[in-house]
Design a protein around this ligand. Structure first.
Ligand code: PMP
Length: 309
């Protein structure tokens, strides 16, 4: 399904109508996948007069870390990128939830698949976005036969455009099999993550997620949920997860900016956690959603509220 862009984009240093944000077919990033991006949600505040962005500085930091790995040379520091994003949201004046997609990319027209000596740039667009997975019914997942890219191939902790070919193969296979999404294992055969989300299980009251060394993207939602759970007295372990633990877990859910916190009901045809959303999943959803919708929670400091005129 094609997406609809909001009227203004940030392109080559300016806010322009999105129709004018166009690149050459010979652009390095288009040819080689040499870009890095962020995916940031803005939630309409319960007052309706602001867009609440969850953990904006953390998203910008991860974007610039990915850019640094790509040896991108940008004229913007973290505060500049945050300000551009805030200004772009204001300029688009949304009256609905949005998703903001900043992209750092090798913009030069250079033939060699190198990293240096190529012009870099920053582009950002905004789209309207509500839940894109059905939050009312637990998801049907499968373990993919596609292995997660590993750190010494295309670093998963970088949110690199080209790395998402791996996600696309896994997601496509899952869709062909009638599943909502795929779970990918790493070279060690341990659970890594979903095609575009981190994965948690609950066993005997303990919340467990794969460690940052399991070829995962270091999710900002993941980090937040670990904090929420610990604050609620739920023990948390970051450790390798076996495939068969998925089948016997009391709860399984995916976490990410896009999927938010999505309960999983079946994996490889087995019903997990009774096929229903479990109590830890529900508690974390409640904390997350009340925070991003602008209610006063212990995590309200993670929200950047952008007033909309
Ligand atoms: N893993 C992958 C591969 C992703 O694309 C995403 C979405 N950005 C995540 C995990 C979750 O990260 P975050 O919570 O920062 O959105």
């Amino acid at each position: 399904m094609d997406i609809t862009l909001m009227p203004y984009a940030f392109f080559e240093g300016n806010m322009v109508p999105h129709e004018d944000a166009k690149v050459s077919i010979a652009t390095h990033a288009l040819q080689y996948g040499t870009g890095a991006f962020a995916g940031i949600r803005g939630y309409q505040d319960k007052s309706g007069s602001a867009i609440n962005i969850f953990r904006l500085p953390d998203h910008v930091r991860r974007l610039l870390q990915s850019a640094q790995m790509l040896r991108a040379d940008l004229p913007y520091g973290p505060e500049d990128v945050e300000k551009i994003i805030i200004d772009l949201v204001k300029k688009n004046a949304p009256n609905h939830n949005v998703y903001i997609r900043p992209l750092v990319y090798k913009a030069g027209i250079v033939l060699s698949p190198a990293l240096t000596g190529i012009r870099d740039d920053l582009a950002i667009y905004v789209i309207p976005l509500d839940d894109y997975v059905d939050m009312s019914a637990p998801l049907k997942l499968m373990v993919s036969s596609w292995q997660r890219i590993e750190d010494n191939i295309i670093p998963s902790r970088g949110k690199f455009s080209g790395g998402y070919i791996n996600s696309a193969f896994a997601k496509d296979q899952a869709a062909e099999a009638g599943c909502h999404d795929a779970i990918m294992l790493n070279r060690d055969g341990k659970v890594s993550e979903g095609s575009g989300a981190n994965l948690f299980i609950v066993r005997n009251g303990t919340l467990i997620t794969s460690p940052v060394t399991a070829d995962i993207l270091e999710g900002i939602t993941r980090r937040s949920l670990v904090e929420f759970a610990r604050d609620q007295g739920v023990p948390v372990e970051e450790r390798a997860i076996d495939r068969s633990e998925l089948y016997v877990a009391d709860e399984v859910f995916l976490s990410g900016t896009g999927v938010q916190i999505a309960a999983v009901g079946t994996i490889d045809g087995r019903t997990v956690g009774g096929g229903e959303r479990g109590p830890v999943t529900e508690m974390l959803q409640n904390v997350y959603f009340s925070t991003v919708r602008g209610e006063d929670t212990p995590y309200s400091h993670y929200v950047t509220s952008v007033p909309i005129e």
